[in-house]
Design a protein around this ligand. Structure first.
Ligand SMILES: Nc1nc2c(ncn2[C@@H]2O[C@H](COP(=O)(O)OP(=O)(O)O)[C@@H](O)[C@H]2O)c(=O)[nH]1
Ligand SMILES: [Mg+2]
Length: 283
């Protein structure tokens, strides 16, 4: 696709994470539950070394619950790794994080020496929402972040738990096309860096293969066509996204992708552990 890949972003993020790693006790990576592989930082496994690692699967209300269970089991298999699915619909799950990670440090008096957790995640994954839930008040801006980049931030969650957040420790996407299409489908890539008609074709091909019944129900298909373009044309007719000469694929593409992202077509996971993730993410 479409997305501009700047190796500089990845290198800058790598350097920042590497520099800060020795000073933290553990790492919390926020990934999107619909795409725990594609929304993850591919360098983190190496950079974290033996630091305890919690992978938080955010927006789990939007993901296929069966697939999320598979992901949680898969992630927990790694050494010193834990996984937790969270959603704003049940904030108590997110609030259990400090208690949960404290188990890694049974001998530490965390009131004397608070735990320091590095929190990481791609833009729009729900990091600020999680920080606010943990803090119990609005600390970080949710949604469109301000353009001004703040430096590294220490966020005191409680007497014995501190988060380290940095806007610089983020990365915009991947060199891999499929990864970028999944990110774009989920809403992780800015509107200005993608084309809805293009992303809609990817998303429709995926939905036809994995969630055909959801499509049928949402868009009243009698029979599903084989070609993604035909499926989009059907939706264009039903929803009035037509122009002279036929379907307006830009408009229907945007409508379809937005409904998919919002969960209107059901709870959808864009990848499962295993084969879906046999992709090279960085060079
Ligand atoms: N459906 C759903 N949306 C969420 C959830 N958590 C965050 N969001 C939305 O995701 C968007 C990005 O959230 P934000 O916390 O700003 O992400 P950040 O860029 O990683 O800091 C916002 O529109 C949030 O309302 C969740 O659990 N479920
Ligand atoms: Mg944020």
């Amino acid at each position: 696709m479409l997305i501009n890949w700047y190796p500089g972003h990845m290198n800058k993020a790598r350097k920042q994470v590497k520099d800060i790693m020795p000073s933290v006790d553990l790492v919390i990576e926020v990934c999107d539950a619909r795409l725990p592989f594609s929304s993850a930082n591919p360098m983190l496994e190496k950079l974290r070394g033996t630091k305890p690692f919690l992978k938080v699967l955010s927006k789990s209300d939007l993901a296929d619950p069966e697939v999320t269970e598979l992901w949680l089991a898969e992630i927990k298999q790694a050494a010193q790794a834990d996984a937790l699915a969270i959603t704003t619909e049940q904030p108590s799950i997110a609030r259990s994080i400090p208690r949960r990670v404290r188990d890694w440090f049974p001998d530490r008096d965390t009131r004397v020496k608070p735990l320091k957790a590095l929190i990481l995640g791609i833009p729009n994954v729900g990091k600020s929402t999680l920080i606010n839930t943990l803090a119990g008040k609005k600390i970080a801006n949710v949604g469109n972040e301000p353009a001004v980049t703040k430096g590294q931030q220490k966020i005191r969650i409680s007497d014995d738990f501190t988060l380290i957040d940095s806007p610089g420790m983020t990365w915009p996407g991947s060199k891999n096309e499929t990864v970028n299409y999944r990110l774009a489908t989920s809403g992780a890539i800015r509107d200005t860096a993608m084309e809805y008609d293009d992303v809609a074709l990817f998303a429709m091909e995926f939905m036809l293969e994995r969630y055909p019944e959801n499509l049928k129900k949402q868009y009243q298909f009698k029979n599903l066509p084989e070609a993604p373009l035909d499926a989009l044309e059907h939706i264009a007719r039903r929803r009035g996204c037509m122009q002279r000469g036929g379907a307006d694929f830009q408009r229907v593409g945007e409508l379809f992708v937005r409904e998919l992202r919002a969960g209107k077509i059901g709870r959808i996971s864009l990848e499962r552990p295993g084969k879906d993730c046999e992709l090279e993410k960085v060079s």
